[in-house]
Design a protein around this ligand. Structure first.
Ligand SMILES: *[C@@H]1O[C@H](CO)[C@@H](O)[C@H](O)[C@H]1NC(C)=O
Ligand SMILES: *[C@@H]1O[C@H](CO)[C@@H](O)[C@H](O)[C@H]1NC(C)=O
Ligand SMILES: *[C@@H]1O[C@H](CO)[C@@H](O)[C@H](O)[C@H]1NC(C)=O
Ligand SMILES: *[C@@H]1O[C@H](CO)[C@@H](O)[C@H](O)[C@H]1NC(C)=O
Ligand SMILES: *[C@@H]1O[C@H](CO)[C@@H](O)[C@H](O)[C@H]1NC(C)=O
Ligand SMILES: *[C@@H]1O[C@H](CO)[C@@H](O)[C@H](O)[C@H]1NC(C)=O
Ligand SMILES: *[C@@H]1O[C@H](CO)[C@@H](O)[C@H](O)[C@H]1NC(C)=O
Ligand SMILES: *[C@@H]1O[C@H](CO)[C@@H](O)[C@H](O)[C@H]1NC(C)=O
Ligand SMILES: *[C@@H]1O[C@H](CO)[C@@H](O)[C@H](O)[C@H]1NC(C)=O
Length: 765
């Protein structure tokens, strides 16, 4: 009797011990379900943890996977995202027929299930150390065959090793879908997945509207996404076979934690990197990067040039479909081929080459992997509906053929882009017109000879003049009295930079930006520098470059990468920055928002708009180079005024007066008729008093003295409440203008600042 009792006791002890161990383990078995009482699964290496969690104030319970050792709870996968459990009575069990199910208090109440159709006798569920939750058959000795895996049903996060894309045999489409909001895991309307077609692309959707495409894969990268291909953190692969089409990334150093997350709030696909020292996630890369990245910004056959003003232009050989809308910056209708074109007609049919292009929507394009570019061209010429062609693969000088028919959608100029040949009316395309060609050749040879001589002469003169100086003066094109202006930045000779970068060698390349590559260099005195080399295709002209140099010289801030100097010789335009050791310059630039103002062209490509868009600059920043958070408030004020009035500050002139939008708004405010400013399209649909309130808020933001301007937090309060607002004081630029009339001073300081006011207001980029 006693012995029996003892045996029973030992049994019970062993059982409870066994079950205790099983809770600290990484598996759910038939006997050991997972209860919603604080127990979790932990993967073998201790990286991931699976368990029940609540999100937000709803108290809904979800089963999810998160990083075990990251203090900021980062849920990377949710099982029942669209089937929340209302209480803590549910449990996760593995069943012989349905495998993994989440059941409620009632045995029959199935809340969520994995829908595995194969029946196995001994299934078990395991959380693998890469974050994958898998169902395996315990009687099956093969380790790598999963009956089901969570990696096939991603939520909003792409982990290393997960596949984004299609399994064509089963029809499985793995897509990322953002959370509805930061605390609601249910499926939002922001998705990202592989778009099948002759030349697959990875596409983001905002509801039903296409939002961004990476461009097709051209052998070693996506045509529309720049960034260093030899990234230090990870590399990615794109598989495109008959059975599978998917994107995947692999970390180069597994101790670095980086993930791709869809953010519904910002409509961005972010790559985040965990910084253990700071205990935060930082954004390493965001897509889309700028307005040109947004799908089809410039309409069919329109070309988006981010440095352009405006950003949209028709491809050469095309004209706006509806000029009136186009000129009003409504680019949706796009462009049509000019009427000169005529299919197959000599002198009226040919191709024009566009360099550094993001290839158009490829869904209905036609491809052949073995054709040469010449064959591609003749194939396109033979078919009157063919509108463009390009290489399919850009490696080793290019191979294969892509052909487009119909309108070309979503074009932009981008550093990672390639040559695109677009069919237009042109007379100098092929070699049939021998005589004419010869004449043209002769003329162009003579012309280029003359040009070279002229250039050589110019360079000679320039060098002679600048010899010995470190701060040369660059002639200004402005018509005012200050014919010359000190750019205030040291000038460097091209040879110095060639030496410093070992002739721009690939080892010295730090990365690739929107306007060109960035190199690391070492000057003769040992100083390490970073050099941004503006590519010729960047579309950034001399004028924009000069603007940037002037601004960089003025924009010295402790959070900014310091600009050391510039180089401008012949075709070469370069900016020299101080080199940031330890971190990649890209990484550094993404950490500091302000750095974008000056430096982040390398990484984002959107800076020049900000830097160059003078209409938004606060006076103290434009004139004295002082920059503070209140300068942002000023810019916000301009923006708000533009929204309300539907007019651009820098192009707006009010009839007879030479006023800009701010002056005009201020005058109307003083006259007590601010409602005159409101855009006619708004008038019928808005609450006039609310809009007048907005005008008042923007005038408060635009006040001359930075201390008078509210901070952004107060602006938000003002915008959302109905408090009584203070009376605005005179806005920025007015005072400066009046004092200019009054002063009549001739010292250099005034001279140059007036000059800059002129630049600021009138110098359209
Ligand atoms: C379940 O929820 C109830 C009410 O919220 C709470 O009293 C109870 O302790 C919870 N049970 C467990 C096991 O967490
Ligand atoms: C959770 O509940 C199960 C079943 O009631 C029990 O065996 C287990 O010890 C509990 N775990 C915790 C951490 O309370
Ligand atoms: C549980 O099941 C029983 C019988 O199947 C049913 O009567 C009862 O309403 C169920 N309870 C819940 C909470 O679903
Ligand atoms: C399982 O199938 C049901 C019905 O077909 C469906 O509602 C549910 O979303 C599926 N679950 C998963 C995880 O696919
Ligand atoms: C991987 O990263 C860790 C932490 O950043 C670093 O200490 C380690 O040296 C790196 N390993 C390699 C091989 O680069
Ligand atoms: C999206 O961005 C917002 C604002 O930065 C942040 O609060 C939120 O947590 C982000 N959501 C995700 C899923 O990363
Ligand atoms: C191309 O455009 C069509 C609609 O015109 C769209 O359905 C498709 O997703 C687009 N494909 C890509 C790769 O952007
Ligand atoms: C691709 O081009 C090659 C060379 O011109 C040709 O032999 C082949 O048949 C083409 N393939 C297809 C599918 O058109
Ligand atoms: C001509 O091109 C169009 C568009 O790409 C295509 O639909 C059509 O089949 C082509 N015709 C021939 C004869 O190749």
């Amino acid at each position: 009797m006693d012995i029996l009792l003892l045996l029973l006791l030992i049994c019970k002890l062993l059982f409870s011990l066994f079950s205790q161990i099983s809770y600290a383990s990484d598996t759910i078995t038939l006997l050991n379900p997972l209860h919603d009482n604080g127990s979790t699964l932990v993967s073998q290496g201790g990286t991931f943890e699976l368990g029940f969690f609540s999100s937000g104030s709803s108290g809904n319970r979800y089963v999810g996977i998160w990083y075990k050792n990251i203090v900021v709870r980062t849920v990377v996968w949710v099982a029942n995202r669209d089937h929340p459990v209302k209480d803590n009575s549910s449990r996760m069990v593995v069943q012989q027929d349905e495998s993994l199910v989440l059941i409620g208090q009632n045995q029959s109440q199935i809340l969520w299930s994995t829908n595995v159709s194969t029946k196995v006798s001994n299934p078990f569920v395991q959380l693998v150390d890469n974050g994958n939750l898998v169902i395996q058959d315990g009687d099956d000795n093969k380790d790598d065959t999963f009956l089901w895996q969570s990696f096939d049903y991603p939520c909003d996060t792409l982990l290393q090793g997960m596949k984004l894309g299609w399994d064509s045999k089963t029809g499985l489409n793995r897509r990322l879908i953002a959370w509805k909001s930061w605390d609601d895991p249910s499926s939002g309307d922001f998705t990202w997945g592989v778009e099948l077609g002759s030349n697959p692309d990875i596409v983001m959707w905002k509801g039903n509207v296409e939002y961004f495409r990476t461009g097709p894969y051209t052998g070693n990268m996506f045509n529309g996404v720049y960034g260093p291909t030899n990234n230090p953190l990870y590399y990615y692969t794109f598989f495109n076979t008959k059975d599978e089409v998917y994107f995947q990334y692999t970390l180069r150093n597994s101790s670095v934690i980086t993930i791709i997350v869809m953010n519904q709030t910002l409509y961005l696909r972010n790559r985040l990197t965990w910084i253990p020292e700071a205990k935060t996630w930082t954004i390493y890369q965001s897509l889309p990067r700028d307005s040109c990245d947004v799908y089809n910004t410039c309409g069919p056959n329109g070309n988006c040039v981010i440095a352009g003003s405006p950003i949209c232009e028709c491809l050469e050989g095309f004209v706006p479909k509806s000029p009136q809308q186009w000129n009003a910056m409504d680019w949706r209708e796009g462009c049509v081929r000019s009427e000169d074109w005529s299919c197959g007609v000599k002198d009226k049919d040919g191709f024009r080459k566009f360099g550094s292009m993001k290839l158009p929507n490829t869904t209905h394009s036609w491809v052949n992997q073995s054709m040469t570019l010449e064959e591609c061209k003749s194939k396109c010429l033979k078919n009157c509906s063919c509108t463009a062609y390009s290489n399919l693969d850009t490696r080793d000088g290019g191979s294969g053929c892509s052909i487009w028919g119909g309108d070309l959608y979503d074009l932009r100029v981008i550093e990672s882009g390639q040559d695109l040949y677009v069919r237009v009316a042109t007379s100098d395309t092929d070699g049939k017109h021998g005589k004419r060609k010869k004449i043209i050749l002769a003329t162009s040879v003579i012309a280029s000879l003359l040009l070279v001589m002229l250039l050589a002469f110019c360079i000679y003169m320039t060098r002679k003049r600048y010899k010995g100086k470190t701060k040369p003066r660059i002639p200004m094109e402005d018509k005012d009295k200050c014919k010359q202006e000190d750019l205030e930045l040291p000038f460097f000779y091209l040879v110095t930079i060639v030496d410093a970068t070992n002739n721009f060698s690939i080892e010295n390349k730090l990365g690739e930006g929107g306007f060109g590559p960035v190199y690391k260099g070492i000057l003769v005195d040992g100083q390490e520098i970073a050099i941004k080399r503006l590519s010729r295709s960047s579309g950034q002209g001399l004028k924009e470059f000069r603007n940037e140099v002037i601004l960089c010289a003025k924009l010295q801030h402790r959070n900014l990468v310091k600009v050391i100097g510039y180089c401008m010789e012949g075709d070469e335009k370069m900016l020299l920055y101080e080199y940031m050791p330890n971190k990649s310059l890209d990484l550094f630039l993404f950490d500091f928002g302000l750095a974008r103002m000056c430096g982040s062209d390398q990484a984002e490509g959107s800076t020049s708009i900000i830097v160059g868009t003078h209409g938004y600059m606060a006076p103290e920043y434009a004139i004295d180079g002082l920059f503070s958070t209140k300068s942002d408030v000023f810019s916000f004020g301009v923006l708000l005024l533009e929204i309300v009035s539907g007019k651009k500050n820098r192009v707006f002139t009010y009839q007879a007066h030479n006023h800009n939008l701010i002056d005009h708004a201020w005058r109307l405010w003083k006259e007590g008729t601010p409602e005159k400013l409101i855009d006619a399209c708004l008038e019928n649909s808005c609450n006039i008093f609310e809009v007048i309130r907005f005008i008042q808020i923007s005038l408060l933001c635009l006040q001359h003295h930075p201390d008078d301007r509210p901070n952004m937090t107060s602006v938000i309060v003002m915008l959302t409440s109905e408090n009584v607002l203070p009376e605005p004081k005179e806005p920025g630029f007015l005072i400066r203008k009046f004092s200019k009339e009054g002063e009549q001073s001739s010292n250099k300081q005034t001279c140059s600042s007036i000059n800059e006011v002129t630049v600021s207001l009138l110098d359209a980029r």
